[in-house]
Design a protein around this ligand. Structure first.
Ligand SMILES: Cc1cc2nc3c(=O)[nH]c(=O)nc-3n(C[C@H](O)[C@H](O)[C@H](O)COP(=O)(O)OP(=O)(O)OC[C@H]3O[C@@H](n4cnc5c(N)ncnc54)[C@H](O)[C@@H]3O)c2cc1C
Length: 417
């Protein structure tokens, strides 16, 4: 459907677009970019800050996604605006899978890799780490192809929408695998803090959900078919015998299958089912990534200030993400514990709470999720590879066609000019 995007998915952020263009051919994409003083590619609109804002939007939804299996079944090349849900349907027909998914399948691949979107799992890199090639239209309307091994590649995958319009991605794929999940309830803070590493290692992908109350909450364990029997309890948390929603009180029907039943990877790795409303809908999100070795101290520090933010939390989640080589990835050369907050939709109160959290987590080298709410500025300066990224952007977009205030102010600061 052709329309000018007015708000993000959660209706927590209003875009300033005055037009949206819907090219239906690659020639048209290149021509639009070449003639536009400013253009902003939009994905599925699931980010919570101004990262995707601009004057004129460009949607790729009228381009065909044309998926192609490559490299003897080890890679798939596909239109970058494709959602992970659509990708999973295609891969299933070929008995293939990607290594991991975020909590929902509704997001576009281009938008997800732009912000280093991730799932969980000690051994699982964020979703951008599956990218092995990109086709991208640079500021002068030229089609640029880049592949893993090229000098600029590690700078281009987590792109923040700053380098061009990503039109196709090539992703590593593997044979399809089965996953089952179980929820363990009644985890205490003592047990979590004493056994954080062991708990996060309990499966292929593990999430701990909390509301920062008297108890820590629940452990969501996703295991592959090769794993052992499900234990009755994990560190005192008992296996749930009925299906749960990550936000207590919401209908578990929207959640992916639980209770230890094995099924397709794509039907279990996200928390939320395709075709249903993910999460709560009326929400704001923030997330902070910090080195795993600081995890216990960071959670403990947040516990000591929880009266400043807990009343705004619908759900919070701890996940782990493996280190990578991507310049603007919060996992660049570090395994992280990622501390996520789904807030009620009260931006002013959330901003105040986030400031407290940022201050508390600053001594643990925390970096915010690029697509969620944070209040600190010049975040890019915390990235070792920012100077290389700025030089790459100078080459890809010398006229700042893809730039917006968020990028210049919140991220690049003075170093981007
Ligand atoms: C309910 C919900 C659950 C979420 N769960 C998770 C989670 O589990 N893990 C996690 O890490 N994050 C999660 N997120 C955050 C989300 O994954 C990120 O914000 C992601 O970037 C959203 O992708 P999008 O396609 O909606 O991108 P948008 O918000 O539309 O855009 C994000 C950026 O990508 C750029 N972009 C989009 N398409 C293109 C393109 N074709 N070419 C160039 N640039 C482009 C935009 O310009 C912008 O800079 C969640 C968000 C919601 C709303």
């Amino acid at each position: 459907m052709r329309r000018i995007p007015t708000t993000n998915w959660a209706a927590s952020f209003s875009y300033g677009f005055r037009d949206c263009l819907y090219p239906s051919s690659m020639d048209a994409v290149c021509e639009i970019v070449a003639r536009s003083p400013k253009i902003k590619a939009v994905g599925s609109g699931h980010s919570f800050n101004a990262i995707a804002d601009g004057e004129v939007a460009l949607s790729l939804t009228e381009l065909p996604i044309n998926p192609v299996i490559e490299g003897d079944g080890t890679q798939v090349s596909i239109g970058a605006h494709c959602t992970y849900g659509e990708l999973a349907l295609f891969l299933h027909r070929h008995h293939l899978a990607v290594h991991n998914l975020a909590s929902l399948p509704h997001i576009s691949i281009a938008g997800a890799i732009a912000t280093a979107t991730h799932g969980s799992g000690n051994g699982n890199g964020n979703l951008a780490t599956a990218v092995s090639g990109l086709e991208i239209v640079s500021g002068d309307g030229r089609l640029v192809n880049v592949a893993r091994g090229d000098a600029d590649f590690p700078g281009m995958v987590v792109h923040l929408g700053a380098l061009g319009v990503v039109t196709r991605v090539t992703l590593d794929v593997q044979p399809e695998f089965q996953v089952a999940q179980c929820v363990y309830e009644g985890l205490t803070w003592d047990k979590l803090l004493a056994n954080l590493d062991e708990i996060m290692a309990a499966g292929y992908s593990v999430s701990v959900f909390t509301q920062w109350g008297q108890q820590a909450g629940s452990i969501w364990v996703k295991r592959t078919a090769s794993a052992n029997e499900w234990p009755a309890a994990i560190y005192g948390a008992a296996r749930a015998m009925v299906k749960r929603h990550p936000i207590s009180g919401l209908d578990a029907q929207n959640s992916t299958e639980q209770l230890g039943q094995y099924g397709r990877w794509s039907d279990r790795l996200p928390h939320f089912k395709m075709g249903f409303t993910p999460s709560s809908g009326e929400e704001i999100q923030s997330e902070f990534h910090l080195p795993r070795e600081y995890g216990v101290a960071a959670i403990d520090a947040l516990l000591s200030i929880r009266e400043r933010f807990a009343h705004l939390v619908q759900a919070a989640e701890f996940r782990t993400v493996a280190a990578d080589e991507l310049w603007l990835s919060p996992q660049y050369h570090r395994d992280t514990l990622s501390i996520h907050f789904t807030w009620i939709r009260d931006q002013e109160a959330v901003n105040a709470a986030v400031e407290h959290i940022e201050q508390t987590l600053s001594r643990f080298m925390a970096l915010p999720h690029w697509g969620k709410v944070f209040t600190r500025r010049h975040i890019g300066a915390k990235y070792e590879k920012l100077p290389e990224f700025v030089r790459l952007r100078d080459r890809m977009d010398p006229e700042r066609t893809f730039s917006n205030l968020w990028l210049e102010d919140a991220i690049l600061g003075s170093s981007g000019n």
